[in-house]
Design a protein around this ligand. Structure first.
Ligand code: ABU
Length: 371
């Protein structure tokens, strides 16, 4: 069926087919949440985020919104339909019978919460307490898609309890050090336990019939098993990137650009034994270019590797952050047309160009790339 802008249809099977309809996040009312186990484990010991919390400064919210609005307009000018979430009040605390946190996170970035697989959008469990209600920012959109598209499946994974049993207390120290973190990552000892299924949508990459899922801080093995049972027609593969001392979200580590080609973060190489399915099927995994920056921007959770957190518009066209000149140069050499997008001042709100979007519709069907 040919896509029409007049008709809402949810469908996206991979990360690269022609993008027609997308959600772009908003920075409205974003907060730095108070300390909590899974969030603290992600913040480097020397980060300016340590010990800070509260509503983000208004001028940074305004600037991030300006950049996100511009990105949305750039996409619209290229014919992509863009929807935006409706912000809830993130200053509200979250209290359940099992935990309390004094504020929430924000409606950025949508990629962490929403996983689109074919005609389905699945709300992830999430593993941070401050992100427990984040799906509510997207509910008006999902309600609209459900009313307008009879094939749309709106699904939600079981809400986790997020008691202290969900987190390894060893990670609560702020003096662990990178060496020990790397050893723990190598041993697959992460902050989240196997108490209950946990996953963030941004730990999942879609390759048609195959889903590739990172086991790390935000997704545990039970979360991956939950996905396996939830998508019985897919093959679900668990991957690890031992060089990453803060492994959350796969999209600044492993970036498919088109059938047969993936960029891999050179500091977080996919182990040899996990490369087999790609190599056997003729896929090339190339080291990504270095980031253009030595440090992330102020009050940012993410690493400098947001350089490779790109949004593929079609197998020949990719959005790259404007200051990431080495990444853009590499894309050009790989035969991709580069669309420059200014976003660095919004990175602190939860990520780059892939993070701040969630697919609604891409052309193409569910292909088997690894027969
Ligand atoms: N949400 C992607 C962040 C990954 C990183 O900090 O490298």
């Amino acid at each position: 069926m040919v896509w029409s802008p007049e008709k809402t249809e949810v469908k996206s099977w991979n990360e690269w087919d022609t993008l027609r309809h997308v959600i772009v996040g908003r920075a409205d009312d974003c907060h730095i949440p108070p300390e909590e186990p899974a969030l603290d484990a992600k913040v480097p010991e020397d980060s300016d985020m340590r010990g800070q919390w509260g509503r983000r400064p208004q001028e940074t919210i305004d600037r991030a919104n300006e950049l996100l609005d511009n990105f949305a307009d750039q996409l619209r000018k290229r014919g992509v339909r863009v929807d935006r979430p409706v912000s809830i009040d993130h200053s509200q605390p979250v209290t359940t019978p099992d935990f309390h946190t004094d504020s929430q996170f924000g409606c950025m970035p949508p990629r962490d919460v929403l996983l689109t697989v074919g005609h389905e959008m699945l709300e992830a469990t999430m593993s941070y307490r401050c992100r427990w209600f984040e799906y509510l920012n997207y509910r008006p959109l999902l309600k609209q898609y459900w009313e307008e598209d009879p094939k749309f499946r709106h699904e939600a994974a079981p809400k986790p309890r997020l008691t202290d049993e969900d987190y390894h207390p060893d990670y609560l120290s702020d003096k662990i050090g990178v060496e020990k973190r790397l050893k723990w990552a190598e041993e697959k000892f992460f902050v989240t336990t196997e108490e209950e299924p946990l996953f963030d949508a941004a730990d999942v990459l879609r390759f048609g019939k195959d889903l590739v899922v990172q086991h790390g801080f935000t997704t545990n093995l039970k979360g991956i098993e939950w996905l396996r049972r939830h998508f019985p027609d897919h093959r679900v593969h668990t991957v690890n990137f031992p060089g990453d001392p803060y492994p959350i979200h796969i999209d600044a580590t492993f970036t498919p650009l088109r059938p047969g080609l993936i960029l891999n973060n050179p500091q977080r190489r996919l182990p040899e034994e996990q490369r087999e399915m790609f190599h056997k099927n003729g896929w090339e995994i190339v080291d990504s270019a270095q980031p253009a920056h030595n440090t992330p921007p102020p009050l940012c959770y993410s690493s400098t590797w947001l350089s490779m957190n790109v949004l593929v518009l079609d197998p020949k066209t990719v959005c790259v952050e404007k200051s990431e000149v080495y990444q853009a140069e590499q894309m050009d050499k790989l035969g991709m047309e580069v669309v420059e997008v200014e976003l660095r001042d919004a990175y602190a709100f939860g990520g780059g160009l892939h993070c701040c979007t969630a697919d609604v519709y891409r052309d193409g069907d569910c292909e088997d790339y690894f027969p």
